[in-house]
Design a protein around this ligand. Structure first.
Ligand code: AMP
Ligand code: TRP
Length: 344
């Protein structure tokens, strides 16, 4: 691990964890833990930017934690915790509310998509959500953030906030004896064949937790039969698979299934096509089903087991929050000093 490198990422406990969350984020969290100090956060404060039933929220928080652990993140080595238990997230988010500009947030496409036609009725939290996300990362002065492609714009905003804070408070940072560039500019890690997994029923739409039809996504809790049924029914086109990547252009459904295969098999798309080029979907889908079941069922079985031991998950989250606070508290104390707040 390079000195001063730290990984942070978060997943919202909003139910229906799916293959996109796994391939775009959680699987990559697991890979990073070998060489980095990592914090993986169940972002419950983010979840309540849209209404969450309290009982389901508690269940969903445990389920994301269970997915992290079942996928292979080691809670003894890395920090797994839920956001609301470390007060620095909300405190730093407030300071960032005063650093970020309205114009910056007005450009956020995810807010526009989520608020839709009912902008006046969206919560204020949904609008300021990217400031909280910047606070999540910078509270730990994290340098690397593995996420799916949909979070790219939010990461750019986090960098802008870090930069503006560093500039606005440059003289105070110096006076307090802290290094120039107090906050690092966090790098997004968006890579691999599955940074944007698409709906199984529409290659133009992202696979999402909130799509009304369950057939659009493979949930991490789906069993073998459901996985098979959903892949069998996945939308495709009548052509066989091409042998080269260029042949996937303008074939979003085919590109999606090949990307999923590549990510699950941990091989480049070009190799998948070299092996399966010329095959029709009648032949390719059963292979994909086999691979998906082989990779996903151990995770869903382990998640189910862990969910039966809620006390153990809770203990892991409490321990994680204690360790997260040890990193966050001194950073928050320095931020308060830099801003000019007085206290102990
Ligand atoms: P969320 O469910 O919005 O909290 O997302 C958790 C993580 O999963 C983030 O890093 C997202 O970018 C990633 N993610 C969500 N949906 C997809 C998708 N369809 N394809 C790839 N990554 C995704
Ligand atoms: N906004 C992210 C999402 O919806 C979740 C998230 C919250 C996050 N805080 C974060 C991701 C910090 C990376 C780093 O997917």
């Amino acid at each position: 691990m390079k000195q001063n490198e730290r990984v942070f990422s978060g997943v919202q406990p909003t139910g229906n964890l799916h293959l996109g969350n796994y391939l775009g984020a959680i699987k990559r969290f697991v890979a990073l833990q070998e060489e980095h100090e990592c914090l993986y956060c169940v972002v419950d404060l983010h979840a309540i930017t849209v209404w969450q039933d309290p009982e389901s929220l508690a269940h969903n928080i445990r389920e994301v934690a269970a997915a992290f652990i079942a996928s292979g993140i080691d809670p003894a080595k890395q920090i797994i915790f839920n956001q609301s238990q470390v007060s620095g997230h909300a405190e730093l988010a407030w300071i960032f509310n005063c650093v970020a500009r309205m114009g910056w947030l007005n450009r956020m496409t995810q807010f526009k998509e989520k608020a839709g036609k009912h902008k006046e009725n969206a919560s204020v939290g949904l609008f300021s959500y990217p400031n909280l996300m910047a606070a999540d990362i910078l509270l730990y002065r994290a340098t690397h953030v593995p996420v799916g492609a949909d979070q790219k714009q939010h990461l750019e905003l986090a960098r802008d906030i870090a930069q503006k804070f560093n500039n606005d408070f440059a003289s105070s940072i110096e006076k307090c004896g802290h290094e120039e560039g107090f906050f690092p500019l966090p790098k997004p890690l968006i890579a691999g064949p599955a940074t944007r997994v698409m709906s199984l029923r529409n290659g133009a739409e992202k696979m999402s937790k909130s799509a009304p039809s369950d057939m659009t996504r493979i949930n991490l809790t789906d069993d073998r039969d459901l996985i098979a049924k959903k892949i069998k029914k996945a939308k495709t086109d009548p052509e066989p698979l091409p042998s080269e990547e260029a042949g996937l252009a303008d074939r979003p459904e085919a590109a999606n299934l090949v990307g999923i295969y590549a990510a699950l098999a941990e091989m480049p798309v070009s190799d998948v096509l070299a092996q399966h080029g010329g095959a029709g979907f009648g032949a390719f889908k059963p292979e994909l089903i086999e691979l998906a079941v082989q990779k996903l069922s151990p995770i869903s079985e382990e998640m189910q087991k862990l969910m039966g031991e809620a006390g153990e998950i809770d203990a892991i989250l409490i321990d994680g929050a204690n360790r997260a606070r040890e990193i966050a508290d001194p950073v928050m104390a320095r931020v308060k000093e830099i801003v000019g707040f007085i206290g102990k």
